[in-house]
Design a protein around this ligand. Sequence first.
Ligand code: ATP
Ligand code: MG
Length: 335
Amino acid sequence: RNFKSRTACRNDINRLIAPFLAIYESLIPPEEEKGKQKQLMKLLEKLVSKEWPEARLYLYGSCANSFGVSKSDVDVCMAFEDPDVNKPEVLLKLAEILESDNLQNVQALTRARVPIVKLMDPATGISCDICINNVLAVVNTKLLRDYAKIDVRLRQLVFIVKHWAKSRGVNETYQGTLSSYAYVLMCIHFLQQRQPAILPCLQGMERTYAVTVDDIECAYFDQVDELSGFGSRNRESIAQLVWAFFNYWAYCHDYTNNVISIRTGSIISKRAKDWTRRVGNDRHLICIEDPFETSHDLGRVVDRNSIGVLREEFERAAEIMQNDPNPCVTLFEPY
Ligand code: ATP
Ligand code: MG
C-alpha cells in the first residue's frame, strides 16, 4: 500500500482538467431551481405560520450548503423555541395540513431516527423533507457553505466525489456506506491537509460567529470573504486533487488508528476519542468526527461488510485515476 502511495500518477493528469470541470459544470443546478425552492419555502411558511406562528423554517442540507447537484431534494427544519415540543404530534398535524393543501406523496415518518414529513410539490416538482428542531444541522450547513466560499476547488471536488459515490452505490447510509455530509467532511479535511493548505481550519481561528445549540457551543471564523486568496499558493488542479483524494483513502489513511477531524484541521487518534472498540452498533471502522457534535462519528454506520465495499471502491477509483485511459467515464460507471 505504501509503495503504491508514493508512486507518481502515471496518467498525464492535467489532460483531465477540462473533462472534470465539464462534469462539475453539468452538475451545477440551473438558476431557476433556486427560484422554485424559494417558491416552495414561501408556501410552506404560509401554511406553517397559520398553525404555529412561533415556528421558524430553515433550509439545510445540500440545497443550502452549496454542495447540492441539480434536482436534489430540499431539506427543511422547522424550529420551535420549546426544545421538548412533541415531534410526532406536530408532524402528524403538519402532514394533515399539507395534504389538504394538495401537496403530493405526503408521509409522516414519526418513528425514524430523525422523524420527518416527506412531500412532493406538484407546482415545482420538488421533493422535500421537513424535520423538527434539528438546529445543529442548520449550523453545520452554514459551516460547509462558508468553507465552500474560500476556494472553488472544494465545491468541484465534492461534486465529483458525490457523483462518483452515487454512481458506485456507496452513498447509502442504510446499507452501511457514507452520507453526503460525511463525504463533504472528507473533502474539507483533505484540502486542509494539502501542502500548502487549500483550506484553513475555521474552528481554530478567531470566533466571529457563535451559537449554542443543544448545549453544544458552535463557534468559528465566518468572515470568509477575508480568506478568498487563502489557497492560492497551492496550484494543484482539480484533476490532481481527485487523484490524490482517492489515493489517500485507498492507500494512505490509517484506518486502524486515525480519526479525521475538520474541527482541529488535523488527524487525531481513535484512542484519544475512545473510539477503539465496538459499542452497541457503533464500530468506528472509518472515523470521521462531526465538527460540532464531537462524540459523533459519521463513520459509525459502516460495518464489517461495507468497510470492505468502501475500501475496494476507493482502490478502484485510485487505480482508474492512475492507469485508465478514460477516467472521466470509467470512474462513474454504474456498479
Ligand atoms: P444530498 O445531495 O445527497 O441530499 P445533503 O447535503 O443533503 O446531500 P445529507 O447527508 O442528506 O446531505 O444530509 C443533509 C444534512 O443533514 C447535512 O448537510 C447535515 O447538515 C445533516 N446531517 C446529515 N447526516 C448527519 C449526521 N449523521 N450527523 C449530523 N448531521 C447530519
Ligand atoms: Mg439532502
